[in-house]
Design a binder for this molecule. Structure first.
Ligand code: ADP
Ligand code: MG
Length: 698
């Protein structure tokens, strides 16, 4: 029996040097790490392919062939080795770029071997690069009858002769000698959810006896990975719930007056539902931490306003924080307008607020005369002291860091309730993990009467027609956004693209007949604001911009969004950009310009945009295409744990299941004191030490 914590250098054939390589390449240090280094795919070793059956579409396969001859090609540094192998149905080419001498020394012309690898098509011929080779009379104990795992082998590992067979050999040895694997889930859970014990699951992961057992093993491992994340989140949430919050017990005059007399339109059912959810939280004397998700244009502002009115009804102040000055201004104007018939004091505080104005705000905040303060980061400065801040609304949360949010908490002895609004739709199951410590409300319905935005995918060939279309739209009084990508790595080129684009637009739309303005991140804030204002006020017909307009800007008269090099944007970002139009009552258009050579992914992204306007559906596709690490809105929080097997995009069902299990456990036993929960408590503690950091989530 080997101890699972044994260093791999003590395994037969490893030693210091190989162990060092494995550590640097894979962070593999102990037997446990080795056991959790899972194959990324399996080949069915019960079948041998005939050379005539092999095509480039096949995954990893094996076949038996005789080496006819070796042939070296190319000069020293680019040298490659070709081997021609044949069976009774045909010949095939094998190719190596490295380790040439080793291959020609070890394998002999005229002998037959078992080859396995991934067939490729090159120059209309099938070949296989760097195949693994096994002697026909190989040690029987190392011959696999069923499925065989294929592991990621890095280039460095290959150079140091740690190939597939070495990894497999190590694992075989470990299992042959026996290794004690402690169970990490309580027996009762294994029983209730039909989970394979960990030791068995690990064995099946590497050497599955059947496809069915492999699936059960995979399920068990994913279940555990996701379960412990949710258990940690449930615990964090539980601890938060112990924070006393202000109880907004009554629904008072402000709320009722606005609802009955001043609201400009009927609330959508989704808005009503979410307001109820918030009201319940606010009334409960437990600090609220709620994430409000709603597609662009779904009417989140109104919901936030109702929550703020509840705070005022209960004698508290409220504030709303936006990520940019422009957005803060827009919110301020919207809210001031909505409340104009009510006797409420609403003010705005941003970086450019003048000292005199600032002093008034500070004073009114402290003496309680100020009801609602709207602003940017300026709100969280230490100088800004509220008399009794009851509710903080944060718009477009992903622009705010965790630390900033924490600072708001400290504005009172009792932390204010927090409502975070985001228009970046995050698939439910991903939200459960990334924002798993926040309660989530979703506005899944747009206000009535919105016209669907017509989305068109076009290439350069259509450029003139599109200019013509833009002229028509301008002639009937509409405004147009033209957006260019800005990607950090190629900033220089991007700015050149933007400038070239701006020049070509001003040539096609000359002054004084047309006014075009430009906005990008390198401009001074004052210039940016001025350009933006030119467009917001309707003086400019066209705004050429980078993605700075992505968030929140509201110009109802803008009805056309042209996105240049659209293939360079992620799906969620395209959807966000498209959300800038379609805000008025006119028919709006989104034109996605791409080159006509597109990768499969890009094509799918364009098609998804053209076919769908549902932000959540789009986010699901985005998540599947890019994996959760790259999802917009998540970069800042990051994904603070590495998943070995589970996949946030694909394992939604398991996530939902383990979340409810975790919640139930923490509900019954918040501090995991019960005997049967000790195993959970210990495991959680160990995981926290190693790779978990729930504190940084959300
Ligand atoms: P977002 O969720 O993107 O922040 P907003 O709150 O800015 O959306 O609302 C978008 C637009 O829809 C605004 O012009 C707002 O006045 C309008 N709106 C919000 N709720 C309703 C409603 N229930 N009925 C009609 N229009 C609404
Ligand atoms: Mg908004």
């Amino acid at each position: 029996m080997i101890n699972i914590n044994t260093n791999i250098k003590f395994l037969k054939g490893v030693g210091e040097k190989k162990a060092g390589t494995l550590f640097r390449e894979l962070e593999m240090e102990t037997i446990e790490d080795l056991l959790f280094y899972f194959p990324y795919r399996y080949i069915d070793r019960s079948k041998f392919y005939k050379i005539s059956e092999i095509n480039g579409e096949l995954p990893y396969i094996q076949f038996i062939g005789k080496i006819i001859r070796f042939q070296k090609e190319g000069e020293k540094n680019t040298q490659r080795l070709l081997a021609y192998v044949a069976d009774d149905t045909g010949t095939m080419e094998l190719i190596w770029f490295k380790g040439i001498k080793w291959i020609t020394d070890k394998y002999k012309v005229g002998n037959s071997y078992i080859f396995f690898g991934k067939p490729n098509v090159f120059n209309h011929k099938i070949n296989m690069a760097h195949p693994d080779i096994e002697e026909m009379n190989a040690d029987k104990s190392k011959n696999f009858s069923g499925f065989q795992g294929i592991y990621t082998i890095t280039e460095t590992m290959k150079r140091k002769f740690i190939g597939l067979k070495v990894i497999q050999g190590l694992l075989l040895d470990v299992f042959k000698d026996g290794v004690r694997v402690d169970e990490t889930l309580p027996d009762s859970m294994l029983l209730e959810y039909g989970l394979m014990p960990l030791g068995e699951a690990l064995k099946q992961m590497h050497f599955p006896h059947s496809n069915e057992l492999l699936l059960k093993a995979r399920y068990r491992i994913k279940f555990e990975e996701l379960f412990y994340i949710q258990l940690g989140l449930a615990k964090t949430m539980q601890i938060r719930k112990r924070f006393i919050g202000f109880a907004f017990e009554k629904v008072g005059q402000y709320f009722m007056d606005f609802y009955e007399k001043y609201r400009p339109f009927d609330f959508t059912n989704a808005q009503k539902r979410v307001i109820k959810e918030i009201r319940k939280d606010l009334g409960s004397a437990i600090q609220m931490n709620r994430l409000l998700q709603g597609d662009v244009g779904s009417g989140k502002t109104l919901v936030a306003l109702m929550a703020m009115l509840l705070a005022l009804d209960n004698g508290f102040q409220a504030c709303l924080m936006a990520p940019t000055e422009i957005l803060a201004n827009q919110h301020f104007e919207t809210i001031r307008d909505l409340l104009k018939q009510m006797n409420l004091n609403v003010r705005i505080l941003t970086g450019s607020t003048k000292k005199k104005q600032r002093d008034i705000i500070h004073e009114e905040l402290e003496n309680g005369q100020l009801h609602i303060l709207i602003g940017t980061h300026a709100l969280i400065e230490d100088k800004v002291i509220f008399q009794n801040l009851g509710l903080v609304v944060i718009d477009e949360q992903h622009r705010f860091g965790v630390a900033q949010r924490a600072k708001l908490w400290k504005k009172n002895d009792t932390p204010p309730h927090i409502l975070v609004m985001t228009a970046t739709p995050i698939p439910r199951t991903l939200a459960m993990t990334l924002y798993g410590d926040l309660d989530v409300s979703v506005i899944d319905e747009l206000p009535p009467g919105r016209k669907e935005i017509k989305t068109i995918h076009a290439t350069d060939a259509a450029r003139l027609r599109i200019f013509g279309f833009m002229r028509e739209q301008i002639a009937i009084g509409r405004q147009i956004y033209v957006v260019y990508p800005l990607i950090k790595e190629s900033e220089k080129f991007d700015y050149k693209d933007l400038e070239d684009g701006y020049n070509s637009i001003t040539r096609a739309f000359p002054q004084p007949q047309f006014v075009t303005t430009i906005v990008h991140g390198k401009m001074k804030p004052v210039d940016k604001d001025r350009s933006m204002q030119l467009f917001v006020s309707g003086q400019a017909n066209i705004m050429v911009a980078t993605t700075v307009i992505e968030v929140g800007v509201n110009v109802p008269n803008a009805s056309v969004m042209v996105i240049e090099s659209a293939e360079r944007f992620g799906l969620s970002q395209l959807h966000q950009l498209r959300g800038r139009v379609g805000r008025g009552s006119d028919q709006s258009f989104c034109i996605l310009m791409t080159s006509n050579k597109l990768s499969r992914d890009s094509r799918l992204r364009m098609k998804t945009m053209v076919d769908s306007s549902d932000g959540f559906k789009i986010a699901e596709v985005d998540l599947k295409l890019r994996g959760p690490g790259d999802m917009e809105g998540t970069q800042q929080s990051g994904i603070p744990f590495r998943l070995k097997l589970a996949n946030l995009a694909e394992d939604g069902d398991i996530i939902q299941l383990v979340r409810s299990i975790a919640m139930e456990i923490i509900d019954k036993d918040p501090d995991l004191l019960e005997n049967e929960n000790q195993i959970l408590k210990n495991r959680l503690k160990n995981l926290k030490k190693s790779n978990f950091a729930w504190e940084v989530i959300s």
